[in-house]
Design a protein around this ligand. Structure first.
Ligand code: FAD
Length: 381
């Protein structure tokens, strides 16, 4: 590529995480070319320690682009929800929904590898550093450095899929003062394809079945997360056991990682010829496992609108309008769960217990919650 030449592309996607790759593949399936760009090599995604709970709806979308990592996915057949030191519990069972599973647990790295395996060799510029973005009336001009060369790319549409944003005045941030400590651990007896969501005054504790292990998301105030990160394996196992209770026992914890948690909501999804999808549009607390499930619906919806209306036509406002309910509804639902459940206040504990009991005893309410976890906004009345 010669320096000084301006390259033209229809759609440039910045960020080749699972959401950016999904968009690229969904567009390609409809015959629309796009160019992906990432600041890291794709192989670096193999170091990501997260496990993701994916909804049944997400599986269906990934299957359509041949990217469902079936052998790496562990089905969730039941979800047990309870609170520490309080009454009330509810059980959501796949049998009530005539589905093979309520959802699946997949390592981030396996999902990323399944998507990357579908990318043609010329789909992506890896290790590219963006130096400048200049918006124009009918295109966006991006200047970048790639493989030691300066390149200028003019794109009819620039899609931002860079993941969780840093400081950005366009993004509203609400800090949860909680960190997620994650690790894998072996349960006895086996997990029997059951996920657990246990609310504690420190924050929610989630156990997701993954192979023969549980993937643990242990949410704690930052100082307690410091202490848990510093523990040896025996002390960590005891701390987890204390939060979880005695229904299972744990052994052989794997390496731990931590993630600070905040709600980050971008108010405006579309500006001129730029659009924001996935975590850069909304980053949620992982309590209800909504982040990627929401991001894949962003990518899918955008691809559908672009394929239907074409890149040149004024379809971006349709995109922003079509995502409002799903993203705001999911953000509100997740935020309310975190704030209502992460405390030790007596009356709230009573109300939580009654709520869990009502969910358990009243199937229509339970189905309402479960269907939104499985399908997202597609299940809104
Ligand atoms: C502890 C934890 C548990 C979670 N559990 C779940 C779960 O159970 N279920 C679920 O659905 N979600 C879960 N999530 C959320 C999920 O991980 C995210 O929603 C998902 O990874 C978002 O994908 P993305 O492609 O938008 O962003 P990312 O995965 O962050 O990818 C962004 C990509 O953009 C690239 N990039 C960034 N900046 C630039 C730049 N300037 N130029 C070029 N490239 C750039 C990065 O290198 C990266 O490859 C969890 C998150 C955490 C922290």
């Amino acid at each position: 590529m010669t320096e000084g030449l301006v390259e033209q592309v229809d759609i440039l996607i910045v960020g080749a995480g699972p959401v950016g790759m999904t968009l690229h593949l969904a567009l390609a399936a409809g015959g629309q070319k796009s160019l992906l760009l990432d600041r890291r090599p794709l192989a670096s995604q193999q170091g990501d320690p997260r496990a993701l709970a994916l909804s049944y709806g997400a599986r269906q979308l990934l299957e359509q682009i041949n990217s469902w990592p079936s052998r790496a996915a562990t089905p969730i057949e039941t979800i047990h929800i309870s609170q520490k030191d309080g009454f009330g519990r509810t059980l959501i069972d796949r049998a009530d929904y005539a589905l093979p599973a309520l959802g699946y647990v997949v390592r981030y790295r396996d999902l990323a590898a399944a998507l990357a395996a579908q990318l043609p060799p010329d789909a992506m510029l890896a290790e590219a550093e963006i130096l400048d973005i200049t918006p124009g009336d009918d295109h966006v001009t991006v200047t970048l450095r790639h493989a030691g060369q300066l390149r200028t790319i003019q794109s009819k549409l620039l899609v931002h899929a860079e993941g969780t944003p840093g400081d950005d005045p366009a993004v509203k941030v609400s800090d949860y003062e909680q960190h997620a400590v994650i690790a894998e651990i072996t349960p006895t007896p086996g997990h029997n394809k059951r996920a657990w969501e246990r609310f504690t005054p420190d924050g929610p504790l989630a156990l997701l079945p993954l192979g023969d292990e549980y993937s643990v998301v242990f949410t704690l105030p930052p100082a307690k997360a410091d202490a848990v990160m510093a523990m040896d394996d025996t002390a960590f196992t005891v701390a987890l056991q204390n939060q979880f209770g005695r229904r299972l026992s744990f052994a052989k914890p794997g390496p731990r990682s931590r993630f600070p948690l905040a709600l980050r909501l971008r108010e405006t999804l579309v500006k001129g010829k730029e659009v924001w999808i996935g975590n850069t549009a909304q980053t949620l607390h992982p309590v209800s496992g909504q982040g990627f499930n929401l991001g894949i619906r962003d990518a899918w919806q955008l691809a559908e609108i672009l394929l239907k209306n074409g890149v040149d036509r004024g379809s971006l406002a349709d995109y922003a309008a079509s995502r409002r309910l799903d993203r705001k509804g999911s953000a509100f639902f997740t935020d309310q769960i975190v704030r209502t459940f992460s405390n030790d206040c007596g009356p709230l504990k009573l109300a939580r217990g009654l709520g869990l009991l009502a969910l358990d005893l009243c199937p229509p309410v339970r189905h309402f919650v479960a269907k939104r976890m499985i399908w997202g906004a597609r299940a809104w009345p």
